[in-house]
Design a protein. Structure first.
Length: 485
């Protein structure tokens, strides 16, 4: 809507609230254009302030019908007309009725005022192709009558419907099917596509003269689920409502729009959309997501079984170094299992890595003899990460934390700090301690420490990042940098 703002800026007395109302109208007016088989143009008066006389009008929006050919080959948004050159617009701004131009510039031109808080803030002009005026079909006659009802609702300030934006998402389309209801909810007209949709659902025969709620109840009997709200309420036409009729043959999405004249309801229209294929795909996705979560759950269980076997084996080995090696393997496997456990318990395809990190830190501290005297400082958040990043990152952080606790903080120091600085495309992790620091001749590339070799390999090959370890004035600092895309 940047063009909308640019056109009006400094040239109109339209307020922020009025501008919002016009935006709501533009969001829903494809329905009006399709029902009218016409182009619609929204005109706003140009004036310096609310009390000054308009100097002209500017077109701020233009919609073309999907049910007919457009009248205009070029976009006219931004076009201006001087005051007095379009008397139909001026009459609509000043009169209480919808105005039909006596000498229209294009065949069938109609002027509809836009009311907001009892004030005319804009005018819609309707432009139809001359060929559509000849021998209209029953469908065209019904569509035009409905459009005129909606135009009157605009002129009375009842359209767009208040607080109904979410119900228009996704936006309904007239061409998918339309049903017209009388004040009692009985079908007075059904388009061919609407009849076809209910026919596929199992309804045999015509729809007209039947109550829509009764039709919906009949065709949905094959569905085993109980309805949260009865069709008598949903499809009565008394209030705007969105509902679905479903059985084993398919699913129809219904948008009910009451038609208001003054303070009275004169009927309703129902826009239909066959969403059978869409719902089938949604169910497939749900099944696929459930299957993926089950796979992660089983992987986690299998990893825990491997950990238990290695831990049992470690207890039976008398060689301390061999037993320690198995315990390290158990710790690394547990880090991977944590990632899969997170994925198995979430419907998202990403890992909430801060939760994983909390558990990694807790597990590492439980293995440290200095658990009671150490402070863990966290700064920054990882947020959600893709599994391809989360799994190697969990192993890398596990090794760095364990290395800090086992070597840097084994005999001295009181704190371990984990700092995270993340952007949309990059992540930096800093793990520091105030322990003894690194040996003077330390070289990460030449280190024989298995844990550090694993860290370096995973960082370079899996995370496509870089790692550095250095001594500081207060201990050791490990810095990890890697891209997120």
């Amino acid at each position: 809507m940047q063009q909308f703002d640019n056109i009006l800026q400094g040239r109109s007395s339209i307020t922020a609230e009025q501008s919002h109302r016009l935006r709501e109208l533009i969001a829903d007016w494809q329905l009006l254009s399709d029902l009218s088989f016409a182009d619609l143009i929204l005109w706003v008066p140009l004036r310096k302030d609310s009390k000054s006389w308009p100097t002209g009008h500017v077109a701020i929006a233009h919609i073309r019908p999907t049910t007919a050919a457009t009248v205009f080959t070029q976009d006219i948004i931004g076009d201006e007309v001087a005051w007095g050159s379009r008397p139909g617009i001026e009459r609509a701004l000043s009169e209480a009725e919808i105005v039909r131009d006596a000498e229209p510039e294009l065949i069938g031109e109609l002027m509809i005022k836009v009311i907001f808080e009892e004030q005319v803030i804009a005018v819609i002009s309707r432009h139809r192709n001359a060929d559509l005026m000849r021998s209209p079909s029953r469908l065209e006659l019904n569509y035009r009558e409905i459009a005129h009802n909606l135009y009157r609702m605009i002129a009375e300030g009842n359209f767009p419907y208040p607080n109904a934006n979410s119900l228009f998402d996704p936006a309904p389309r007239v061409g998918d099917g339309l049903i017209r209801l009388d004040v009692n909810g009985v079908i007075s007209y059904a388009s061919p596509n609407a009849r076809s949709a209910f026919n596929r659902m199992g309804w045999n025969g015509e729809l007209e003269s039947f109550s829509l709620s009764d039709v919906a109840e009949k065709v949905s009997k094959e569905r085993r689920d109980a309805h949260e709200e009865g069709f008598q309420t949903q499809l009565s036409g008394k209030v705007i409502r969105r509902a679905e009729v479903e059985n084993l043959r398919g699913t129809i999405d219904l948008l009910v729009l009451p038609l208001i004249q003054g303070n009275d309801r004169v009927g309703a229209i129902v826009l239909l959309h066959n969403v059978t294929e869409l719902r089938r795909r949604e169910r497939e996705l749900v099944t696929k997501d459930a299957t993926i979560r089950e796979v992660h759950h089983r992987v986690k269980n299998n990893l825990q079984t491997v950990s238990a076997l290695l831990r049992l084996q470690a207890r039976r080995i008398e060689d301390p170094s061999a037993s320690a090696a198995l315990e390290e393997a158990v710790r690394r496997i547990a880090s991977i299992a944590l990632v899969h456990e997170t994925l198995s318990s979430s419907s998202d395809a990403s890992v909430a890595f801060d939760d994983v990190l909390d558990r990694l830190v807790t597990h590492a501290l439980e293995l440290s003899p200095r658990m009671a005297t150490l402070a863990i400082i966290r700064d920054g958040e990882f947020g959600s990460l893709e599994p391809r990043i989360a799994t190697p990152l969990a192993l890398v952080i596990t090794e760095l934390i364990h290395n800090a606790l086992e070597h840097g903080l084994e005999a001295s120091g009181t704190a371990l700090q984990i700092s995270v600085n993340r952007s949309e495309i990059h992540c930096e992790v800093r793990i520091s301690d105030d322990g003894v620091g690194l040996p003077k001749d330390f070289d990460l590339a030449q280190s024989s420490n298995l844990g550090l070799q694993i860290v370096r390999t995973l960082t370079e090959n899996e995370l496509k990042g870089d790692l550095s370890l250095r001594s500081s004035d207060k201990g050791t600092v490990a810095e990890l940098n890697f891209p997120l895309n």
